[in-house]
Design a protein around this ligand. Structure first.
Ligand code: URQ
Ligand code: ZN
Ligand code: ZN
Length: 480
């Protein structure tokens, strides 16, 4: 299939310019004016529209087995919904149970993800430690194209990584040239607060944010940052939700430490009043971790994106329907944690970021696509509009409007946290690996047509960091 996109304005993370884009064989073949292309190419008139790199969502959980159930969105429906919203790649998570062989879990997730219809890759969670974990991390980096390892500092008695696991896994990541990432909440503090609130008789969703105060995130963020600093490895913090954690990141970055931060469209737009809804279903539908926060945190997160102290946006797309959330009807700590967002992330960020002047179109491209590609070492194959890159492209109509609703979304969940939001700026066409899969509301995605994307290790950067790390190690001293 070949496509010529005519009359649009190409927008990358660094510049905007008028040019046509020709795609053939799944890659971008030519960019320029009056291109001489072979006959038979499908022509897309992009007049008055923007031609941008397809979105990359670096944080999703399709069909995740979690808290006694399985997320309702699978890899096909989830990647299809992403295409409808302009996202052409996801980085999902392999999450082994403690004591489960890491490679076995990886193979299971690779099987599940074959039904995808766009590009996908995996962070692999390190939820326990022994010699086999050390070995499997090497296999994953050297043979499977995994270059990032996730650590849940929350979820005690489930998938929580303690400091020993963090130290071992961060150190192994440095050896391999892989990026450690963290869900930074102090799991012990959350566990104790959950018990205390339940003992006080607070069993409803209103207790959820009280059990996960900003301090729980800030402490864990700081702990992960300090561990990474001493070990000498970069660090990526997922779903940063508070000003407190952002300040930890900002301080580390201003000291020259290589720390990256991600924030969610949901945390940028919603506040903790959602948990006070008297309707259990509506309140429980918003239970995710970290929770939605009070308003000043949203303002801080936007400033984090504007200042460059937060680099990426994601959704943490992890869907549970009402009957699944009802598991926590009498005990909020049993409500499966997770909300949706993959279809709405880009239009929400465009409307409330670019539409309000907080972000330029180029910065929008950076935080929805290019920065994730760079941080996870797949740029310029992904996250760019340049010759030779994969033809992952979203054609963006900045004038088109719509109202977000569960009635019209493609996500496989019975709730939309952005319900009723009027947005301006939506995708008109989404192209994934050179295939036009979304056109003016028509989704043409087909199962089992996606591509697993290998992400190479970062050795060159880390070898330099390794020298710094070694220099930081305590040098043996002799008593005189
Ligand atoms: O913690 C996560 O990122 C996963 C388990 C999704 N759930 C959530 O509440 N964020
Ligand atoms: Zn998380
Ligand atoms: Zn997550």
């Amino acid at each position: 299939m070949s496509i010529i996109i005519k009359g649009g304005t190409v927008v990358t993370a660094s510049q905007s310019y008028q040019a046509d884009v020709y795609c053939e064989g799944g890659v971008i073949k030519a960019i320029g004016k009056d291109l001489d292309v072979p006959s038979g190419a499908e022509v897309i008139d992009a007049g008055g529209q923007l031609v941008m790199p397809g979105g990359i969502d670096p944080h999703t959980h399709m069909q995740l087995p979690f808290m006694g159930t399985v997320a309702s969105e699978d890899f096909f429906t989830g990647t299809a919904a992403g295409l409808a919203g302009g996202t052409t790649m996801i980085i999902d998570f392999v999450i082994p149970n403690p004591q489960q062989r890491i490679m076995d879990a990886y193979k299971q997730w690779r099987e599940w993800s074959e039904k995808s219809c766009s590009s996908y890759s995996f962070h692999v969670a390190i939820t326990w430690w022994d010699e086999t974990v050390y070995q499997d991390m090497g296999t994953l980096v050297n043979e499977e194209g995994v270059n990032s390892f996730k650590h849940f500092m929350a979820y005690k008695n489930a998938i929580m990584a303690d400091d020993e696991v963090l130290y071992n896994s961060f150190s192994r990541s440095l050896e391999l040239g892989a990026m450690p990432t963290c869900h930074a909440e102090n799991g012990e503090l959350v566990f104790q607060l959950q018990k205390k609130l339940l003992a006080m008789g607070m069993t409803g969703p209103e207790a959820h944010p009280l059990s996960r105060p900003p301090a729980a995130e800030a402490e864990a963020a700081n702990r992960a940052i300090k561990l990474a600093d001493v070990i000498g490895v970069p660090l990526y913090l997922v779903h940063v939700s508070t000003q407190d954690a952002l300040e930890e990141i900002t301080r580390a970055r201003s000291n020259g430490q290589r720390v990256y931060g991600e924030c969610l469209a949901g945390h940028l737009m919603l506040d903790d009043s959602v948990y006070l809804d008297s309707n259990f279903e509506r309140a429980a539908a918003h239970v995710m971790s970290p929770p939605f926060r009070s308003k000043h945190h949203q303002a801080a997160l936007w400033k984090g994106l504007q200042s460059g102290n937060l680099q990426t946006t994601a959704t943490d797309h992890c869907c549970f329907c009402a009957e699944q959330k009802a598991a926590g009807k009498d005990d909020f700590s049993l409500i499966p944690n997770g909300t949706a967002g993959i279809e709405d992330r880009m239009t929400v960020l465009w409307t409330h970021g670019v539409g309000t002047g907080k972000l330029t179109p180029e910065e929008f491209v950076a935080i929805t696509s290019t920065n994730s590609a760079k941080i996870f070492n797949i740029h310029p194959r992904k996250g760019s509009i340049q010759v030779g890159a994969d033809a992952d492209i979203v054609i963006w109509d900045p004038e088109a409007t719509k109202t977000i609703s569960v009635k019209t979304h493609h996500q496989n969940i019975d709730f939309n946290i952005f319900e009723g939001m009027e947005v301006k700026g939506v995708p008109s066409h989404t192209i994934s690996m050179g295939r036009l899969l979304y056109k003016d509301g028509e989704l043409r995605a087909e199962k089992n047509t996606g591509t697993y994307i290998k992400r190479p290790a970062f050795r060159p950067i880390f070898s330099a960091l390794d020298k710094i790390a070694k220099a930081k190690q305590p040098t043996p001293v002799k008593r005189s």
